[in-house]
Design a protein around this ligand. Sequence first.
Ligand code: 5GP
Length: 190
Amino acid sequence: MKGGKLIIFSAPSGSGKTTIVKHLLAQDDLNLAFSISATSRPRRGKEKHGEHYYFKTLSEFKQHIKNDDFLEWEEVYRDNFYGTLKSEVDRLWAEGKNVIFDIDVVGGLRIKKKFPDQTLAVFVKPPSIDELKIRLKKRSTETDEKINMRIAKASVELATAPQFDKIIKNYDLDIALKEAHDLVAEFLKV
Ligand code: 5GP
């Protein structure tokens, strides 16, 4: 695998990284395409196969692991596997795009390690764990149990922030969006 650049946005669930990634995808000057991950978790709300995720059964996912189809994969929550298929990155590079990822911290750092020079790894920091709770509850797409699981994980994830190339504090969304755009534009120039 070779090709274009890789832009990683990792953060605890509810930090606003998905909003930032969507904003960046809409900026034509950056020439970005979204890496659609594979997951074994159930589909939520209006999510579509092949757009938000490639939804897989647990056994399909495990077969991909056996076949060494993943650039990285992770059991992000119990029985909920997520991974980046090598074929997905190849597909987007073949289109001449820079690839942007919305993935968990472990996966993000793994890709950075594999492609150190081609990758910009950004950590999005939420204002606080309490604010994270409020945001996840507002989203109301998950049960309390699942929300609590995500919050428990957030503290561990926050500790990995210093390993990223850049940290964006998402306290004010407009400022965070501008900062994200400037960081990525600068990296793509090099
Ligand atoms: P969600 O279930 O909210 O869509 O995602 C849960 C977590 O899994 C998020 O932190 C998301 O960034 C992460 N995730 C999504 N795709 C991937 C992937 O391909 N690999 C890894 N390691 N994490 C992923």
